[in-house]
Design a protein around this ligand. Sequence first.
Ligand SMILES: NC(=O)c1ccc[n+]([C@@H]2O[C@H](COP(=O)([O-])OP(=O)(O)OC[C@H]3O[C@@H](n4cnc5c(N)ncnc54)[C@H](OP(=O)(O)O)[C@@H]3O)[C@@H](O)[C@H]2O)c1
Length: 264
Amino acid sequence: MDIKGKRFVLTGASGGIGQELAKQLSYQGASLVLVGRNAIALNQLAAELPDTIVIRADLGCELDFDYLVNQLKRMALDGVIQAAGLNAFATLDRLNKNALDTMIQTNLLAPMQLTQALLPQLLARPSAVLLNVGSTLGSIGYAGYSAYCASKFGLRGFCESMRRELASTDVRVLYVAPRATATEMNSDAVTKMNRQLGVAMDSPKFVAAQIVRAIEQESAVTYLGWPEKLFARINGVAPGLVDKSLAKQLPTIQTYAKQQHSAL
Ligand SMILES: NC(=O)c1ccc[n+]([C@@H]2O[C@H](COP(=O)([O-])OP(=O)(O)OC[C@H]3O[C@@H](n4cnc5c(N)ncnc54)[C@H](OP(=O)(O)O)[C@@H]3O)[C@@H](O)[C@H]2O)c1
């Protein structure tokens, strides 16, 4: 898709990856609808970018969600980019029920519900994209991330199904799976743990550039980072090998997970 002159709605626009993505899409001539809860951050960003508006909405709140959909239904959208997401790093025994509900709602149900609400108008456009930001952890189950992995595995399955369901239409369904990225989603403990485990972290700028590229090239599935993209494939065909490799990391993960609070 040629980004110039297209209008995209972007959830997670106030986040580390979202802010970079908004800037890069805008520099390429896109007009944007920025969505998030942090109105100050969203308005600051919108003030820097032409043809950009803000809709403040909590994707976990039914009233906000309905308001968002009502506003978006009045617009001619060429794409829906869903980058909103939450993660609480903790072993399952330390995750409270609210954390489970919130992760599933924000990372999985909200993208499904927004897709369902906006699909009729996307189908009415000459062409459109639906891009969801997943994760390497949508392909590899990882200790300390059980609920996040469940939500992102679900999102990957949803995208794959929708890609096939919409194959005969002009709506392309794209899934981009970043590896660990240096944003506020990762606490100091996670950043230290990643360093100790030798897990590389990308910059949000790099990740945003790969998302822009996926839109331009209409790449159905994009995994970021070596060796993560290789591990994702190996995990699909020989998960026992990955079990053995990750078992060595478990004591380190458990140590850091104990330092975390479950609240989101
Ligand atoms: N960082 C990583 O290591 C990493 C790795 C792989 C994939 N990802 C994925 O990349 C995406 C962006 O993450 P990030 O790293 O940029 O995280 P981030 O900096 O923490 O940003 C998260 C974004 O999600 C929004 N959000 C969270 N809950 C929301 C809710 N209930 N309603 C509306 N918006 C909500 C936040 O908005 P407000 O702050 O305005 O509430 C913020 O804009 C996520 O889907 C994440 O799962 C991240």
